[in-house]
Design a protein around this ligand. Structure first.
Ligand SMILES: Cc1ncc(COP(=O)(O)O)c(C=O)c1O
Length: 302
């Protein structure tokens, strides 16, 4: 467990009482967040994450600090406090961390859904954990997914917005757990594939790498963007297209992508094998390339 958290400008002990019982993030899931990876104290794709945080704030009208400096300083402070910022030059292991930035609308004493009355403003919390790679069994067998009964509504104004209201995703994860699977596949309201509970979905088939369009209500993942950009380097033709469950079952390989977990193979869907039923070789190659790219980026230019 982390020993510290960064709350509104200060590093405090993780078990210190820090959040108001009236905070709307706690009361209503009225907040937004980002999950990120930092290696050697360098945050991977920091600008893209901060831009997405700002975009998430817009539909909910959450007032972020006008510039990114306090959040950037907060990330550095919490990584240092948790001993996760080491650049590796001293012979120690380079820091490797998963980070979460949460911004809520803040505390409002008045009851009700509409934010009414005085407030001290948004609450900003940053937490860092040591990054843990997926278990060897996942890199050998791939994840087992089940199709969730939860549907993404692409017509919702909050589709693809990274709000802290994650009860549906938690429900889908519990469905997966009850079925003895690792994660859930979420379809949109038209029955097409949208994403997993906390990752984007890709299918590889005959030299093409396909992922659902943003119109499926999925998150515009940073790792998704990286894969679409880098696919041609790996002789894969990237395509954003509607996918069905059957398309995933017909694919040579299926993978999930996210900033913290990286590129992860999927071996089974609803008990049926995908491809040969284990981790796909192209997926593992893409995973290694992404990890090498992160390592290189963390060392800086030169
Ligand atoms: C619902 C959902 N989809 C996709 C992703 C992947 O996005 P990224 O690659 O930016 O981490 C996440 C990441 O947390 C997510 O929560």
């Amino acid at each position: 467990m982390p020993q510290h958290v960064w709350v509104d400008g200060k590093v405090v002990p993780a078990d210190a009482p820090t959040i108001s019982a009236f905070d709307r993030g706690f009361m209503l899931g009225d907040g937004i967040f980002e999950t990120l990876r930092a290696r050697r104290g360098v945050v991977v794709e920091l600008d893209a994450h901060l831009e997405r945080l700002r975009e998430s704030a817009v539909p909910l009208g959450i007032a972020l600090p006008p510039d990114d400096a306090p959040i950037v300083a907060g990330i550095a402070a919490i990584l240092a406090a948790e001993g996760l910022a080491d650049d590796g030059s001293s012979g120690r292991h380079p820091g490797d961390a998963a980070l979460r930035i949460t911004v809520t609308r803040g505390p409002y004493a008045a009851r009700g859904l509409a934010p009414a009355g005085p407030s001290s403003g948004p609450t900003v919390v940053i937490v860092a954990w040591p990054h843990t790679p997926p278990p060897a069994s996942v890199l050998r067998d791939g994840l087992a997914l089940v199709t969730s009964s939860v549907r993404r509504d692409p017509g919702s104004p909050l589709a693809g917005v990274k709000t802290t209201s994650r009860a549906e995703s938690v429900y889908a994860r519990l469905e997966a757990e009850r079925a003895g699977a690792d994660d859930a596949l979420i379809l949109d309201t038209t029955g097409h594939v949208s994403e997993a509970t906390s990752a984007n979905v890709f299918a590889i088939r005959r030299g093409r790498i396909l992922t659902p369009p943003l119109g499926s209500g999925c998150l515009a993942g940073t790792t998704r963007a990286w894969l679409l950009e880098h696919a041609p380097i790996h002789d894969l033709e990237p395509e954003e297209d509607e996918l069905t469950r059957a398309d995933l079952l017909r694919a040579d390989e299926v993978l999930l992508s996210s900033s913290v977990a990286g590129i992860i193979p999927v071996g089974r869907l609803d008990g049926e094998a995908i491809g040969r039923g284990g981790a796909g070789p192209i997926t593992l190659q893409l995973r290694d390339r992404r990890e090498a790219w992160i390592e290189k980026a963390s060392r800086g230019p030169g």
